[in-house]
Ligand binder design. Structure first.
Ligand code: NAD
Length: 282
């Protein structure tokens, strides 16, 4: 069994980006909108900012309390869209319940949509037609599998979870890589049977211990995207790692797997948007 070391690859990507960003006269800038009071979101936003600053990017966080009106956020995004000094805009999800997520996300100019969540960029991904950005977590998953020379072409891949953030864009990326993709979700019947047919299982549900050793075939590849907390507050994923690792050929750990890849891809997306907006080559 080989552990797919996301932390190591993320550090390699970040080191490469750091060198490229150091050479720029103007630094890429990211604006982050935080409109919820979820403690986990606050930590994610802080971590993203820390990494962006560490790499020499500019980072601006716009925090709102629960009294914020949708129009205030829309006006801010319209202002950021026009601001030549801002290359990337991210609205941290989830937003406060009274805010229309689709409307807010789709106010972001596609060329500044660092998460790739606008309808334009999602449509491009669906048509395999060069989106400005690819969603960070799915992008990180594909990069990590490729780093270990794992072939996707013709593989039976089960993606568990159908969110707009992870499951759906990931399935499209895998289809574009010629995989045979099955999407499973909370209404899927006989998840075990579905998983037993898979060469690769990618679980993104947030359900602790959903994937057990008897649900995977021998030498399957298992990617764990889930993040939840155990009773002792330790971070854990969707996979029963200790038992599944003995049967899998490759497996991602939590933490140290897909989490660091997501942050590395966010900075990479910011840098790539900066290049596109300034008509520079990669
Ligand atoms: P979400 O809540 O939007 O979607 C969860 C999905 O899981 C749904 O499609 C649901 O149908 C499915 N699901 C729930 N219970 C299930 C079950 N018992 N069997 C099969 N399917 C089930 O979540 P999301 O935003 O896609 O995130 C999923 C998980 O991934 C969360 O734990 C989140 O914290 C984590 N996440 C991690 C990263 C990272 O960088 N590692 C990034 C994004 C999300």
């Amino acid at each position: 069994m080989t552990v797919l070391d996301g932390k190591k690859l993320a550090n390699k990507i970040i080191d490469g980006l750091k060198q490229k960003i150091q050479k720029l006269d103007i630094k890429p800038s990211i604006a982050v909108i935080l409109a919820n009071d979820n403690p986990a979101s606050k930590i994610y936003v802080k971590n993203k900012e820390k990494k962006a600053l560490e790499l020499g990017c500019n980072s601006y966080i716009y925090s709102f309390d629960e009294n914020v009106k949708e129009d205030e956020i829309i006006s801010l995004i319209e202002k950021l869209n026009k601001d030549k000094n801002i290359n990337a805009i991210l609205a941290q999800l989830p937003l406060f319940k009274h805010l229309d997520e689709q409307k807010i996300l789709n106010t972001i100019e596609p060329v500044k949509d660092v998460d790739g969540f606008t309808i334009y960029n999602t449509g491009c991904l669906a048509q395999n037609a060069k989106p400005y950005s690819i969603p960070c977590t799915p992008k990180g998953i594909i990069k990590l599998l490729k780093e270990y020379n794992i072939k996707l072409d013709g593989k039976n891949i089960v993606v568990i979870g159908r969110s707009n953030i992870v499951g759906k864009p990931l399935s499209l990326l895998l289809l574009n890589e010629n995989a045979t993709v099955t999407m499973a979700h909370s209404k899927t019947k006989n998840l075990k049977e579905v998983c037993l047919k898979a060469d690769i299982i990618i679980s993104a549900t947030g359900q602790k211990n959903l994937i057990k050793a008897d649900m995977i075939k021998k030498d399957a590849i298992v990617v764990d995207v889930g993040i939840s907390r155990n009773s002792d507050n330790k971070i854990t994923g969707d996979v029963d790692f200790e038992n599944v690792k003995n049967k899998a050929s490759y497996i991602t750990p939590v933490p140290g797997g897909i989490g660091p890849m997501t942050i590395a891809c966010l900075i990479e997306n910011t840098y790539e948007l900066f290049l596109k907006q300034n008509c520079l080559e990669k």
